[in-house]
Design a protein around this ligand. Structure first.
Ligand code: PMP
Length: 326
């Protein structure tokens, strides 16, 4: 909680209430605002679902007191879950595809979690299967499964979205966010559409990702460097509801890489690739609205900066494009 000044009891009291900051590059008539999720204690948007899913599962009894969670994760969810698990007396085991950043895996271990790697070529699907297999071998283990658990979007419906709407007096014209599990965008979009049924919703994915096929577009699959968003197999992204989304836009790695650098030098944001992709997509929505090409119920666009570039320095995010490992 960045806005509170009194002493707090637990690090979990600092999850959420992150700042909302105007993106300077956006048009004056239609400003873009970014929710800075690196202000959370585990430094990403995933602290929200880590705390929310565990608290809800403990309350419903699905997760026994002192039990174990086993989760397939690209990293940030592991850190978010590990922060919460440590404070709630839960053991945490994470299954992470090898290619994901070593910084994230080091942090999960520092928080007391165990990390199991799966081969990069098996993708998130391989990590999901392995997590289920490990959980079946233990008696007290639950797989929160962020890719299909309705508590994931619910965390954003209950926290991220109301914070944004409160900050902007309910006047939000468009919501723009990259989709990994799609929990962030789905939770915010559901809240937004209840607030105003014409709220414009844009899903963001890297070029090479296949979410666009869910809107009937014939896009080509390819590897991409942007981390944390996109999918090679939309069947594993069960939370994504194409009906809650007006458009799915693709952003190329090269543009994303340049925007990451611009956000740092021009706007002082040390944010990672998914934030940069989100920012480009949000700026494009705002510019179309400012040019009269898009009708928004209010003149504002909201996006999310999910995490910080510090988490990816070993991958050369601020070097030239070719040496960025992604
Ligand atoms: N950016 C980063 C860096 C992430 O780790 C994630 C989660 N995979 C996202 C964006 C996307 O969030 P969501 O899973 O809620 O779609």
């Amino acid at each position: 909680m960045t806005t509170h000044r009194e002493p707090l009891e637990s690090v979990l009291d600092t999850v959420g209430e992150t700042p909302l900051v105007r993106v300077h590059a956006s048009p004056d008539e239609v400003p873009v605002y970014a929710k800075l999720e690196s202000f959370n204690p585990g430094a990403s948007v995933k602290d929200r679902i880590g705390m929310y899913m565990l608290e809800q599962m403990l309350e419903s009894g699905e997760l026994p007191e002192g039990g174990t969670i086993v989760e397939p994760t690209a990293g940030n969810t592991g850190i978010g879950l590990a922060v919460a698990a440590g404070q709630l007396g839960i053991r945490a085991v994470f299954v992470v595809p090898e290619r994901f950043s070593v910084e994230k895996q080091t942090l999960m271990r520092a928080l007391g979690a165990d990390v199991v790697n799966t081969p990069t070529e098996d993708g998130m699907g391989g990590a999901i299967d392995k997590a289920q297999q490990l959980a079946d071998e233990l008696d007290d283990a639950v797989v929160p499964q962020q890719f299909s658990n309705p508590l994931n979007p619910e965390a954003h419906y209950e926290t991220t979205a109301p914070e944004v709407y409160d900050a902007l007096d309910d006047e939000v014209g468009a919501l723009v966010a990259g989709c990994g599990t799609a929990g962030t965008l789905m939770g915010m979009a559901r809240y937004g559409r209840e607030n105003h049924e014409d709220t414009f919703v844009t899903a963001v994915e890297p070029v090479g990702s296949l979410y666009s096929t869910l809107h009937g577009r014939d896009v080509e699959e390819a590897a991409y460097k942007t981390e944390g968003i996109g999918t090679h197999n939309p069947a594993t992204n069960e939370l994504f509801d194409p009906e809650l989304v007006d458009e799915i836009v693709q952003i190329g790695d090269r543009e994303t890489h340049a925007e990451m650098q611009r956000l740092a030098t021009e706007e002082g944001h040390l944010v990672a690739s998914s934030s940069a992709a989100n920012c480009l997509a949000a700026l494009d929505v705002a510019e179309r609205a400012a040019a009269g090409e898009l009708d928004l119920p209010y003149d504002s666009v909201v996006t999310v900066f999910p995490d910080s570039s510090e988490r990816y320095l070993s991958k050369g995010v601020y070097g030239d494009f070719e040496s960025w490992e992604g």
